[in-house]
Design a protein around this ligand. Structure first.
Ligand SMILES: Cc1ncc(C[n+]2csc(CCO)c2C)c(N)n1
Length: 222
């Protein structure tokens, strides 16, 4: 079992509350109201701005070039790939990046992003990557679950672009690389005594992910 599988097993109910959230299921079924999805997407854009800072912090906290390059890949995935998806989707509804950026951050967005940033500020690179893991690896799992027959089978699905982004080969590779980098970091920096602390960080980040989906349902009455 790699470190990610161990963390997931130690936090299994929090993990399920995130990847099997009602928002995710309804998105997969195509029954999620578009208003809830839009609310999510605007907050997610604000979320990504803070996550880009967390990856920049991971570059700073790296003690060697390989760690710094792995963090740079995460930063580029956000700035060059993921945010483009949001700009493209929001653009269809007439929302410009400036308009999204001026939206106020919801408390759920603040809680999650600042928690991750604090894990990195107060801890070392392993703490930070464990706090980031539910986000980066969880979305790959969700993408795969929502596209069981591959991305091509999503033609006509209302959330095809979103699911296709995370189910697609490029993103699956980003997540697989993050997973093996996390395993490598743990082999270098983890002691068994530390595992319980890391599992608590991982569980909390998973709950904050679930709360992020729930925010969009609550705020739109979906
Ligand atoms: C609430 C929320 N959680 C996870 C992601 C996914 N994500 C955030 S940063 C990153 C790394 C590289 O792009 C990935 C995949 C998201 N967008 N929103």
């Amino acid at each position: 079992m790699d470190i990610f599988a161990r963390l997931k097993a130690a936090a299994s109910s929090d993990w399920r509350s995130y990847v099997d959230h009602d928002f995710v299921r309804r998105m997969g079924a195509g029954t999620l109201p578009q208003e809830a999805f839009r609310y999510y997407l605007v907050q997610d854009y604000l979320f990504l701005i803070q996550f880009a800072r967390a990856y920049a912090l991971a570059i700073y906290k790296g003690r060697n070039l390989a760690d710094m390059r792995a963090a740079k890949a995460g930063l580029c995935a956000i700035l060059d790939l993921e945010m483009d998806l949001h700009v493209r989707l929001c653009g269809r509804w007439g929302l410009s990046p400036e308009a999204i950026e001026s939206a106020p951050e919801h408390q759920a967005t603040v809680s999650y992003t600042r928690f991750v940033l604090d894990c990195g500020m107060a801890g070392d690179l392993l703490d930070l990557h464990v706090a980031l893991a539910p986000c980066i690896i969880g979305y790959a799992e969700i993408g795969r679950d929502l596209a069981p027959d591959g991305v091509e089978a999503l033609a006509g699905h209302p959330y095809r672009d979103w699911i296709g982004e995370y189910a697609g080969a490029a993103y699956q590779q980003v997540a697989a690389d993050a997973r093996s980098h996390l395993d490598d970091l743990a082999a270098r920096a983890m002691t068994e005594r530390r595992f319980a602390e890391l599992a608590a960080l991982f569980a909390k980040a998973s709950r904050l992910e679930a709360a992020f989906w729930q925010m969009a349902l609550n705020e739109t009455g979906a």
